[in-house]
Design a protein around this ligand. Structure first.
Ligand SMILES: NC(=O)c1ccc[n+]([C@@H]2O[C@H](COP(=O)([O-])OP(=O)(O)OC[C@H]3O[C@@H](n4cnc5c(N)ncnc54)[C@H](OP(=O)(O)O)[C@@H]3O)[C@@H](O)[C@H]2O)c1
Length: 285
């Protein structure tokens, strides 16, 4: 459908959705619109007290739960507490261009937040998922140069921007491998991707990248439009492995349509290798 907006969401009454990082930025709009359409939305946040005012102001059936996606213990606790069906799992939480730091598990913080923690969350919640897993990735996956032997930045010199691009490519490849595994097992669950174009949020407030947002002005997506690809990917009849993004020039802004990820994101051998490497990271963490 051309010019799809949140007003076109179907009635989601009876459906349960998890949105990670759903109390701010694109995640907050995603949670709000899903709840407005009738879904029961569980918002997973790393700091529930900080998130409470924003989440309590949302309409409908919304529940706040603690979930730090970069912390494997927190991911395990969140998943262990889950009972009943989960229709849609939305991996929205993310950080970009952050300085080198290690999590309590000893993992690279940026990779753990954007890829490794969400990978584990998918594994643990998948037995509950009835419909689909949505990962919010970025066009910057196109500049990813994944080193599967050093996914976690232990031997390479850390680059904050390259770590982001690589983590977003890792997300794309993980989604591809997840879909392959789901299909092979005869599951009807779908693994799909969304990217918001470039949207005005707090993602890069701490870094020099914020200049891009400032200079970009109206050439870029606002936060409402930025959330549309996620909402579309989470609710519309897209094929497994769909990559949903804005329809405008360069997929920077606009309304959601199914597009194609980079060729590097469609490499089945790389996807299997990233999957194996991430399993090892999680097992060590
Ligand atoms: N904005 C863009 O142009 C753009 C472009 C491409 C992709 N994306 C992707 O879109 C997603 C949402 O980003 P945004 O633009 O909305 O940025 P944002 O406003 O900075 O929101 C990021 C969200 O992630 C949460 N988060 C960060 N680390 C977390 C952790 N360890 N555990 C749980 N939640 C955590 C944040 O929670 P706190 O409130 O606790 O910080 C916040 O709710 C990200 O995956 C990002 O990579 C954004």
């Amino acid at each position: 459908m051309a010019n799809w907006t949140a007003a076109d969401l179907p009635d989601l009454t009876g459906r349960t959705v998890v949105v990670t990082g759903g109390a701010r930025g694109l995640g907050l709009v995603t949670s709000r619109e899903l709840a407005r359409a009738g879904a029961s939305v569980v918002v997973g946040v790393r700091d529930p007290e900080r998130a409470r005012p924003a989440v309590e102001a949302l309409p409908g059936d919304v529940e706040l739960r603690r979930l730090d996606v970069s912390d494997l213990t927190s991911v395990r606790e969140f998943a262990a507490a889950w009972s009943g069906p989960l229709d849609v799992l939305v991996h929205n939480a993310g950080v970009m261009d952050v300085p080198a730091a290690r999590t309590a598990d000893g993992l690279d913080l940026q990779t753990a937040t954007n890829h490794t923690g969400p990978f584990l969350l998918t594994q643990l919640l998948l037995p509950h998922v009835t419909d689909r897993v949505v990962a919010v990735t970025s066009q910057l996956h196109r500049l990813g140069r994944l080193d599967v032997a050093d996914l976690d930045w232990r031997t390479r010199r850390y680059s904050p921007l390259q770590a982001y691009r690589d983590s977003k490519l890792a997300q794309v490849l993980t989604s591809l491998e997840l879909q392959r595994r789901l299909t092979a097992s005869g599951s009807a669950v779908r693994s799909v991707l969304a990217h918001p174009g470039i949207a005005h949020t707090g993602l890069v407030d701490h870094s020099r990248q914020k200049l891009v947002l400032r200079l970009g002005g109206r050439l870029l997506n606002d936060v409402e439009h930025g959330a549309l690809p996620t909402l579309f990917a989470a609710t519309q009849d897209v094929p497994g492995n769909a990559y949903v993004g804005p329809d405008g020039l360069g997929s920077v802004k606009g309304h959601p349509v199914v597009r194609r990820p980079a060729r590097t994101g469609l490499d089945a051998d790389a996807a299997a290798a990233v999957w194996r490497a991430t399993e090892l990271l999680v097992a060590r963490g």
